[in-house]
Design a protein around this ligand. Structure first.
Ligand SMILES: Cc1ncc(COP(=O)(O)O)c(C=O)c1O
Ligand SMILES: N[C@@H](CCCC[NH3+])C(=O)O
Length: 427
């Protein structure tokens, strides 16, 4: 979101003490830029909120939001856990030197090979999602004579107020064991009966880009009620309750996110009121850790003016590097990075370069007078931008640069045309 916190020098947008226009020149466009100090500061806010609330806790970064070696290294430096949802994310985290015992392995359809990979690398916990997986994991553990921590992902029957594609806690969901119909109890029985699995606790994630605290408080209540029910039936009390992620961020002025302090305090109050032995509480934020720290820099190119209609101003990227506007009708805001002090003179559609009419990055963007070669910086693109990027129209994926304390460092190279054909074979 455009705020007074955006710093500019000589009319240029500054990111982490570095001139963004210089970054565009040095590394080319489109370019993802991350302000690493903002990432560290958000993690520290979560940690200090838990400490203030007097809860035992763990922050586990949901790396699907942005999963490259360098971010796993930042997470290691910040001493947090991470979640992965595929063999590819697990491979990247391990290649980055991230400690396997701090990794939680998620996914609604983990393959046999992915489970073997998780067991052989001794991940900290496997988040069990379905009966097929319990059966496969049980077989693998028996064959390899291994023991592993598991948690049960539950579908608690809570519908979060967010985009339909971002809801995951409602009963009609592909994720987790349904609580209402008794699937969760059956799963617990199977896991408790398996001496190679150590049941660490229960997990639920109600969705993404959620603003209110209500859904999370309801979830905390529900998880305690479920735990009490399980205690009666199985004499089992969870060591850990994982409340998932989903904390919203402000992409534009309509978005009103909650602070870490607000929701952690409310959850802590709820838990303390409802049970004597509060388990360790884990959360899995993705977007709120990396989203606001990310900027995408584009070069402005062509322009189309149509009488009496909003003009189209095109940039050299689009849905290939940020699918969110096309997929979720997500709204972003932008600034012209080399003209921060110039007056706004018009409103334009910011169009991408992909061969799709739906490739509109921002529907109504106020702009100063622009010319080809100006640099547009789209704000808050740190989450689900690079991680969802693709090569549609055979456009190479952009480079990623980290900035911190006035220094910039290339952490992912720009794909080349040669990279694009590197997997193709002749016929
Ligand atoms: C299980 C789980 N945990 C955490 C997250 C992270 O969500 P967010 O990036 O909204 O914090 C997701 C994504 O929605 C998820 O599926
Ligand atoms: N990719 C989604 C959020 C992640 C959903 C993961 N369960 C988004 O950009 O909003």
């Amino acid at each position: 979101m455009i705020t007074n916190d955006l710093t500019s020098k000589n009319g240029h947008l500054m990111i982490g003490g570095v001139d963004s226009v210089d970054l565009a020149k040095k590394y080319g466009t489109p370019l993802y830029v991350f302000d690493v100090s903002q990432i560290r500061s958000q993690i520290r806010k979560f940690k200090s909120a838990f400490e203030g609330a007097g809860l035992k806790y763990q922050v586990s970064y949901a790396s699907k939001a942005f999963a490259v070696k360098a971010i796993y290294q930042v997470m290691k430096q910040e001493d947090v856990h991470i979640d992965v949802v595929s063999g590819g994310e697990l491979h990247t985290a391990l290649a980055a030197g991230f400690p396997s015992e701090k990794i939680s392995f998620h996914g609604n359809n983990k393959s046999f090979d992915e489970l073997v990979m998780a067991v052989q690398n001794h991940v900290g916990v496997i988040m069990l999602d379905n009966f097929h997986e319990i059966e496969m994991l049980s077989r693998i553990l028996k064959t390899d004579d291994e023991k592993i921590n598991v948690m049960l992902r539950l579908t608690p029957g809570i519908s979060a107020h967010t985009h339909k594609y971002d809801q995951t806690g409602q009963t009609d969901s592909k994720f987790g064991f349904d609580v209402e119909s008794g699937q969760a109890k059956e799963a617990m029985k199977q896991v408790l009966d398996d001496s190679n699995m150590n049941l660490l606790g229960i997990h639920a994630h109600i969705g993404s880009q959620i603003f209110g605290t209500q859904g999370f408080v309801m979830l905390a209540q529900k998880m305690i009620a479920i735990s009490k029910d399980f205690q009666k039936e199985f004499n089992y009390w969870p060591e850990v309750i994982n409340l998932g992620g989903g904390f919203g961020i402000s992409y534009n002025e309509d978005d009103d996110p909650i602070t870490a302090n607000e929701f952690i305090k409310q959850i802590a109050d709820e838990l303390k009121q409802n049970c004597d032995n509060v388990p360790e509480i884990w959360i899995e934020p993705g977007r709120s850790i990396v989203g606001p720290s990310g900027y995408t820099l584009y070069e402005i190119g062509s322009r189309k003016d149509i009488p009496d209609l909003t003009p189209y101003v095109s940039v050299d990227g689009g849905m290939g590097d940020n699918i969110r506007p096309a997929l979720y009708q997500a709204k972003y805001e932008a600034v012209v990075a080399n003209k921060m002090d110039e007056p706004i003179v018009e409103t334009a559609h910011i169009a991408g370069k992909y061969c799709e009419s739906g490739d509109i990055m921002i529907d109504q963007q106020p702009l100063p007078e622009t010319v080809p070669g100006d640099i547009l910086a789209v704000l808050d693109t740190g989450a689900y931008g690079y991680s969802m990027a693709m090569n549609y129209n055979r456009n190479p994926r952009p480079a990623v640069v980290f900035v911190e304390d006035g220094q910039d460092k290339l952490v992912v190279k720009r794909e080349t045309y040669q990279d694009l054909t590197s997997l193709d074979l002749d016929y």
